[in-house]
Design a protein around this ligand. Structure first.
Ligand code: ZN
Length: 301
C-alpha cells in the first residue's frame, strides 16, 4: 500500500540535459540532479543507471523515465529518440534488473503533460495537448486526464510539415515545424542574424518590445511556422487547450502573442505550461506511481 513517505525516481531526458529527482505522490520534487545528457548508447545507459543509483533510497518504490522521441508507451519500447542514439535500447529492463523496482517509460512530452494535468486537477477535462519547445519539438495528448496514444506513437507534433522545401529533418522529410521553431532552430536564426551565440529568447522579446525591428523579425520567423502547425492541430482534433512546455514554452507563447491575429477558423487556445522545465521530471515520477487517471491537484513549483 502506498504511503506519503514513498517516493518515485523521475528521470527526464532532454536533447541536451538530463534531469532526475525524487518525486512524492503529491508531485513534490526533492534532490534534483541535472547534467549534460550522454548521446551515445552505452554512455546514456550508464548515465541513467548512475543517476537512479544516486537517488535511490529505502523510500523508492518505482522509476519513471521520459524519453525525447518516439516511445510506444503501450509496449514500453523506444522506437527512436532523434538526437540520441538509443532506438531499441531496453532501458526499462536494465533498470528493473538493477533496482528490482517497477519502471515506466513514456515520451517526455507525455510525462510533462501528466504533471501539468495534475496541477490543473479538474481543469484538464476534455482534450488537452502539450507541445514542448526544446532542442526539438515534442507533443502529447491527454483526454480527460488519460494519455491518448493512438497506435502507440501519437503526438509527434514536431513533424508536422509547414513548408515543402524547408530544411532536412531527422525524420527524413523536409520542412517539419521542428526545423523552424525548436530551440535548435532559434539558435540558427540568432547566428544568421549576426547576434552573439547564446542570445536568449527572453532578451529578444525584451528588445522587440522596445522597438528593435531585427528582434521582432527574428521572433516572427521562429514563431510563425509553429502557429501554422498549431492551426493544423486545431483543424484536426479541436483541443480545449494547447499547453506550450519545454525549456522555451513560455517564450514561444510570448512570441506567438506578438503575431498579428490569425484567421477566425482556427483560433489557438494556447497557454504556457505552469511547471516549466520541471514538468517532465515531476510527470515521470507521477507516472511511475501508477495510473495518471486519478487526478489530484498538486502544488505548482
Ligand atoms: Zn520531421
Amino acid at each position: 500500500m502506498r504511503t506519503r513517505a514513498d517516493t518515485a525516481i523521475g528521470v527526464d531526458v532532454g536533447g541536451t540535459r538530463i534531469r532526475a529527482a525524487r518525486i512524492t505522490p503529491d508531485g513534490e520534487l526533492a534532490d534534483r540532479i541535472a547534467e549534460p545528457v550522454r548521446r551515445d548508447r552505452d554512455g546514456f545507459a550508464d548515465q541513467v543507471s548512475r543517476l537512479v543509483d544516486a537517488l535511490r533510497n529505502d523510500t523508492s518504490v518505482a522509476v519513471g523515465i521520459g524519453i525525447p522521441g518516439r516511445v510506444d508507451g503501450a509496449v514500453q519500447q523506444i522506437r527512436s529518440a532523434g538526437y540520441l542514439d538509443i532506438a531499441g535500447l531496453d532501458i526499462a529492463a536494465r533498470l528493473r534488473d538493477q533496482t528490482g523496482l517497477p519502471v515506466r517509460i513514456e515520451n517526455d512530452a507525455t510525462m510533462a503533460l501528466i504533471a501539468e494535468g495534475r496541477v490543473r486537477g479538474d481543469g484538464c477535462k476534455g482534450l488537452i495537448l502539450m507541445v514542448t519547445i526544446g532542442t526539438g519539438i515534442g507533443g502529447a495528448m491527454l483526454q480527460d486526464g488519460v494519455p491518448w496514444y493512438g497506435g502507440g506513437l501519437s503526438g509527434q507534433f514536431g513533424h508536422i510539415v509547414v513548408s515543402g522545401d524547408g530544411p532536412q529533418c531527422n525524420c527524413g522529410r523536409r520542412g517539419c515545424v521542428e526545423t523552424f521553431s525548436s530551440g535548435t532552430a532559434l539558435g540558427a536564426l540568432i547566428a544568421e542574424a549576426g547576434l552573439p551565440a547564446g542570445t536568449r529568447a527572453g532578451e529578444l522579446l525584451a528588445r522587440a518590445d522596445a522597438g528593435d525591428a531585427r528582434a521582432s523579425a527574428l521572433l516572427e520567423a521562429w514563431a510563425a511556422p509553429l502557429r501554422r502547425a498549431l492551426e493544423t492541430l486545431v483543424a484536426v482534433v479541436d483541443p480545449r487547450l494547447i499547453l506550450l512546455g519545454g525549456g522555451l514554452g513560455h517564450e514561444m507563447a510570448m512570441a506567438l502573442s506578438r503575431l498579428s491575429s490569425a484567421g477566425a477558423w482556427f483560433p489557438l487556445p494556447v497557454e504556457a505550461a505552469r511547471l516549466g522545465d520541471d514538468a517532465g521530471v515531476i510527470g515521470a515520477g507521477l507516472a511511475a506511481f501508477g495510473s495518471p487517471a486519478s487526478l489530484r491537484p498538486v502544488r505548482s513549483a
